[in-house]
Design a protein around this ligand. Structure first.
Ligand code: C2E
Ligand code: MG
Ligand code: MG
Ligand code: MG
Length: 289
């Protein structure tokens, strides 16, 4: 029956959010060759500045077109990559692609900062830090790192030192998924971070929950007190956007503005907003500048 289906139809099937033990072993094995085989690709999701009504940056999100499983999302393989250390090659590859595509965007008139997700685990890897710095420094591209706390940072002192190394060569540092993990206020004030990203956990239910608006508002105030910009991820509705705007959130990102999309689609999306004036569609629907 499977074979009787139109074979030209692309297989877009997700593996379960919690692949079984055997599945994990085979996925981890396949991942090793995925980079070399060209099975990984990036989608880009714009980050929109609320007051400026402008796309000021873009986040690169990795996807895996697996030869038999179909599309596999990072939630199903990043942790495996961390466990096997393939995360090093994966992230180096992602930075290279992000640099290339940032340059392409810049030549099209969209010189936005391109953010790459960097696992906190890599912050204690001095060799990774040197390779990443060399790539970014030689490229002249505007690059940012979103630091994701997927693993407990074992050596905070070296991690903080390496973040300062990145910042010193102009890499913009964002703290990702703030509030969801073990994010510690003690470290937050020592980090050279310019952006704090509030986890979508607090944003997707923003207007239907009693507590989330309080948490989000106090996080915005905290970040501003630390002179950081606040990004809300997971903005799915006009009402969430309106509330975030009133609360003084600086940057919004989510399906309401755009899903993560291929580079060509991103360029089309951004071209629409190049024209200023009345013919320009509102960047953030429902918000007037
Ligand atoms: P993240 O960096 O916090 O990225 C946000 C995730 O939320 C993305 O999932 C994105 O597609 C999704 N998202 C965006 N807007 C909305 C929205 O309005 N509503 C909802 N419900 N979700 C939204 P994705 O692409 O599956 O990535 C999941 C996580 O995997 C990322 O979370 C990041 O931690 C990690 N990741 C992705 N790419 C990489 C990478 O190249 N390296 C590393 N180390 N981690 C990566
Ligand atoms: Mg991120
Ligand atoms: Mg995030
Ligand atoms: Mg997240």
């Amino acid at each position: 029956l499977e074979e009787a289906r139109d074979s030209r139809e692309p297989v877009i099937r997700r593996v379960g959010a919690d692949p079984g033990a055997l599945d994990r072993v085979s996925l981890a094995r396949d991942l090793r060759s995925a980079i070399g085989n060209g099975e990984l690709f990036l989608h880009y999701q714009p980050k929109a500045h609320v007051r400026r009504q402008e796309i000021t940056s873009v986040e690169a999100l990795v996807r895996w077109q697996h030869p038999t499983r179909g599309l596999v999302l990072p939630g199903d393989f990043i942790q495996l990559a961390e466990e096997s250390r393939d995360i090093v090659d994966l992230t180096i590859w992602t930075i290279q692609q992000a640099i290339r595509d940032q340059r392409i965007l810049a030549t099209r008139g969209h010189d936005v900062t391109m953010f790459v997700n960097v696992s906190g685990l890599l912050l204690s890897d001095a060799r990774f830090v040197r390779r990443a710095c060399a790539l970014v420094e030689n490229s002249g591209a505007k690059i940012g790192f979103e630091i994701t706390e997927t693993a407990v940072i074992r050596d905070p002192e070296s991690a903080i030192g390496h973040l300062h190394t990145f910042a010193a060569i102009g890499i913009v540092i964002a703290i990702d998924d703030y509030g969801a993990g073990l994010s510690s206020l003690a470290y937050l004030k020592q980090l050279p971070a310019r952006e704090l990203k509030i986890d979508k956990l607090f944003v997707t239910q923003l207007t239907s929950s009693n507590r989330d608006p309080l948490i989000v508002r106090s996080t915005i105030d905290l970040a501003h007190a630390l002179e950081m910009e606040v990004v809300a991820e997971g903005v799915e509705t006009a009402s969430a956007l309106a509330l975030l705007s009133v609360m003084g959130c600086d940057v919004v990102q989510g399906y309401f503005i755009s899903r993560p999309i291929a580079l060509s689609a991103l360029i089309e999306f951004m071209d629409q907003y190049r024209v200023k004036g009345p013919e320009r569609p509102p960047l953030i629907p429902g918000l007037t500048s």
